[in-house]
Design a protein around this ligand. Structure first.
Ligand SMILES: *Cc1c(COP(=O)(O)O)cnc(C)c1O
Length: 379
């Protein structure tokens, strides 16, 4: 049996009628830029997350870029972030005119460690970008307290975490509730995926929301009048139509992902007990939406080859931490600077965890993992 890492066709089959009906409305109106589907989706996502504003933009990358651009960074201004994330997190900092300052991750969650962030804050620091990696929220309450103490903007990169929650002082907080802005991606492989690129910024800040609405239309809400130089970065109306058809299923899909993760956790417990692998760690009071189910394995590349040979799709997110990317060489970092991020890059392996995964496929994945370690003998 072959098991894909992700199969979007299965999900399409479950929403196809709604998607086509919503897209047909847009086609009938021939109104493709902003307009009613985008506004409807913005209201629906704001209500879903319990935030005041949602601003649809062209991608998750732009959902990071625009709030950082709203800071009007000056050369030398610093933004603290993680080196263990998708490239866009730091790329957006650079393109907004900031200097990424990396700090090492928490080895258990792969997310930022507030103490290391605090140690990196200096006189030129203007913002923190925290990433909710693999679907588990970063420690947002601690990071917000730190940001407030130093007058910094806190942006939550929620590209992988729409629907995730964490308990703070006894109350559940959604993605977007604790930072100044959160950046959502609708890239097709995310938990709420469009049929192309798309993104959204959510915020409770009225002033920031107004600035973002201006920045996405070339810096001027009045046509052909420009208060500042902005971007062409709008969420496409056809993509908004797709997302409106899919949003009602998001909680069920996230539940299914959590169900697969719990099943893998149970199945892999004996392997972890004998030191063969480490299962994903979710901190108490957190509900992950498992954009990825990611193991740590010392012999990662060999396990990956074994799984490929067995027909199981896997991925390595991410093989090279950002402080070692050639484009960031001018920042002056080197190998050994962030040992936890570097170790994670060498050890992580993500398994199929998409909602429509079948029990027999899960079983095949687990058996393939087990057979690798059986072949190695008890270790
Ligand atoms: C996917 C992703 C992005 C970028 O989103 P796009 O919609 O592809 O531009 C940013 N940050 C993280 C952590 C991501 O996973």
């Amino acid at each position: 049996m072959t098991v894909p890492l992700l199969d979007l066709r299965r999900q399409f089959a479950t929403v196809e009628a709604d998607v086509r009906a919503r897209m047909d409305e847009v086609l009938a109106r021939q109104s493709f830029i902003l307009g009613s589907p985008v506004e409807e989706l913005e209201s629906a996502v704001a209500a879903y997350l319990g935030v005041r504003h949602a601003v649809g933009v062209a991608s998750g990358t732009d959902a990071l870029l625009l709030p950082l651009r709203a800071l009007d960074l000056r050369p030398g201004d610093e933004v603290v972030t993680t080196p263990f994330t998708f490239f866009a997190t730091a790329g957006a900092i650079h393109n907004a005119g900031g200097r990424p300052v990396f700090v090492d991750i928490d080895a258990d969650t792969f997310n930022l460690d507030p103490e290391r962030v605090a140690a990196a804050v200096g006189p030129r620091t203007r913002a923190i970008v925290a990433v909710d990696l693999f679907g588990q929220m970063a420690p947002m309450a601690e990071l917000r307290a730190l940001a407030d103490r130093h007058g910094l903007l806190l942006v939550e990169d929620a590209a992988q975490s729409i629907g995730a929650r964490q308990r703070v002082d006894g109350a559940w907080r959604s993605v977007g509730a604790q930072g100044h802005a959160a950046s959502i991606s609708f890239f097709p492989s995310k938990n709420l995926g469009a049929y192309g690129d798309g993104g959204m910024v959510v915020t409770d800040d009225d002033g920031l929301a107004a600035r973002l609405r201006r920045l996405r239309v070339h810096g001027g809400l009045k046509m052909y009048h420009h208060d500042e130089v902005g971007f062409n970065s709008r969420l496409d109306a056809l993509q908004a139509a797709v997302l409106l058809a899919k949003l009602p299923s998001l909680d069920a899909w996230n539940d299914a992902r959590r169900g697969h993760a719990a099943w893998y956790d149970g199945r892999f417990a004996p392997l972890e007990a004998r030191g063969a692998l480490v299962r994903p760690r979710v901190r108490p009071g957190n509900e992950s939406v498992y954009n990825q189910y990611t193991l740590r394995v010392r012999d990662r590349d060999a396990l990956r080859e074994h799984l490929t040979a067995a027909g199981v799709g896997t991925a390595v997110y991410y093989p090279l931490p950002l402080h070692l990317q050639p484009c960031f060489a001018p920042l002056g970092y080197g190998a050994g600077d962030f040992p936890e991020a570097e170790r994670a890059s060498a050890e992580v392996l993500s398994l199929p965890v998409f909602p429509e995964l079948e029990p027999a496929e899960r079983e095949a994945v687990a058996r393939a993992v087990e057979s690798f370690f059986d072949g190695q003998g008890a270790s």
